[in-house]
Design a protein around this ligand. Structure first.
Ligand code: GDP
Ligand code: MG
Length: 449
């Protein structure tokens, strides 16, 4: 095991030890945390069909494992990786992948049989593929709708992108302008799920541009499209590449020769991003958990404040009835013969003197506690579940983003909360989460920097 893998294992174990009980406590599923921690580093290759994805993969790993061609030759998600230690390379169908607990794909069952039929793993020997897997993907086609594919393509891409340490987005000069599906995918899934720094933009097949003017026009179109897509004014780095073996006139492409090599380097270096990615992922999950705990802490604080007010009134009323109920009753009925106060003054308190005071005080406390749990708490709960965002401060964009992730879950927890929730030790849980985020996670960040 390498140092990085050891560290990764340690981080995973620590995160599970510290966070899993709290995830359970707040009924958050570990479905997001667990898969992202598993298995090896992954690079997801996305792009238009025939943008050269499979060609690039074959080239990097010096194989012809992936079929290539001008028409949409391949409509599957294929995981390309090395065989297990000591085992022969195998091909595995999607059904095996989604049922293998050691792999991070068990959650992909939900995309249905159509997806599973288009999901596979191909193993082959390569020194780079011991701790790396590349995902070749079916091309994005404007014309193909979700109905044609039979599964939610964008959701699949979003989930794979979240697991991947690097997402390579490939365009070719011919179709630089028709990337609506790519656009939607980036807009809807990538930014929330994976940081911008994990996306690499590539314009490939540039050798097919007839002249530099052509290339510049294609590049310009792509930049414009990208800025529309990302909503940012700055243009990200775009690798301009071509396949040296396929290029029509390789000698005229000398200016771009290095870009392919650099891209290859970025892809092969993905395992180095793995630990950082895992830390970022745990970081985000921990902050989401923290926000859930924070909201419930705020709710329980309000509950206790309300209870304190009602409790004070209950005690005053109870005390009043304890001391004076027998006097009041005697005023109307002439009984009892002695009251608690008169007995106290006479210095002879008997058990009988305590009967009415105790019933009075007990009755008052019971009525107030019923009033609190049946009316006041329910009212507070309804208000909180209706507008849970009022329970916490959403003063930064980061917090608003976290809130969007957890809001439905918080609403559910608030709806299910019983009066006992106000005594739960949310503050203690918050301290535990903070200690994890501020001390342990930061320590790991320092160790990898
Ligand atoms: N001229 C040229 N052709 C390329 C290049 N890259 C891929 N091709 C060709 O473009 C077609 C589509 O490539 P492929 O890798 O199958 O694209 P994919 O659908 O994205 O996997 C194939 O016929 C390749 O031979 C390139 O850089 N230059
Ligand atoms: Mg292909």
């Amino acid at each position: 095991m390498t140092e990085a893998q050891k560290l990764q294992d340690e981080i995973q174990k620590k995160a599970m030890d510290k966070l899993a009980p709290l995830f359970n406590r707040y009924q958050l599923s570990l479905d997001y945390l667990e898969p992202a921690l598993k298995w090896k580093s992954m690079v997801l290759i996305l792009g238009n069909f025939s943008s050269g994805k499979s060609t690039l993969i074959n080239e990097i790993f010096e194989t012809d494992i992936q079929r290539t061609g001008q028409s949409p030759t391949d409509d599957s998600f294929t995981i390309l990786t090395g065989p297990e230690k000591g085992a022969e390379p195998r091909e595995l169908p999607g059904s095996s992948l989604i049922n293998d607990e050691r792999l991070p794909f068990t959650a992909f069952k939900k995309y249905g049989e159509q997806f599973v039929a288009h999901f596979a793993m191909k193993q082959f020997e390569s020194p780079h593929l011991e701790d790396l897997a590349i995902i070749d993907s079916p091309g994005m086609l404007d014309a193909i709708t979700e109905k044609d594919r039979g599964y939610d393509y964008n959701a699949v891409i979003g989930e794979l992108a979240r697991l991947a340490d690097l997402v390579v987005l490939m365009f070719d000069p011919h179709k630089a302008g028709t990337i609506r599906e790519v656009y939607e995918t980036i807009r809807n899934t990538l930014p929330g799920n994976s940081g911008e720094d994990r996306i690499v933009f590539v314009m490939s097949r540039i050798d097919e541009c007839d002249n530099p003017g052509d290339l510049i026009r294609s590049y310009g179109t792509l930049c414009w499209n990208l800025s529309q897509m990302t909503g940012r004014k700055d243009i990200p780095r775009i690798f301009l590449t071509y396949s040296p073996t396929l290029a029509r006139a390789p000698e005229s492409m000398a200016a771009w020769a290095n870009e392919r090599a650099e891209l290859k380097e970025r892809i092969l270096a993905a395992p180095k991003l793995r630990v950082n990615h895992i830390l970022q992922h745990i970081d985000k999950q921990a902050h989401e958990l923290r926000m859930v705990a924070e909201t419930l802490a705020s709710f329980s604080l309000r509950g206790r404040q309300l209870l304190r007010k009602t409790g004070r009134l209950a005690i005053i009323t109870g005390l009043f009835l304890f001391l004076f109920l027998d006097i009041i009753i005697r005023e109307f009925t002439g009984l009892p013969e002695t009251t608690l106060i008169s007995s106290l003054l006479a210095g002879r308190v008997g058990w009988a003197d305590l009967l009415i005071p105790t019933l009075g005080a007990g009755g008052a406390l019971t009525l107030f506690s019923l009033f609190f749990s049946r009316f006041q708490f329910i009212g507070l709960q309804k208000r909180a579940a209706g507008r849970p965002e009022e329970l916490i401060e959403l003063d930064t964009e980061y917090r608003r983003q976290l809130w969007r992730q957890v809001a439905p879950h918080v609403e559910l927890l608030l709806k299910e909360a019983g009066p006992r929730e106000i005594f739960a030790s949310h503050q203690g849980n918050l301290r535990k989460i903070d200690r994890f985020i501020d001390a342990e996670l930061q320590d790991y960040y320092r160790r990898i920097s």
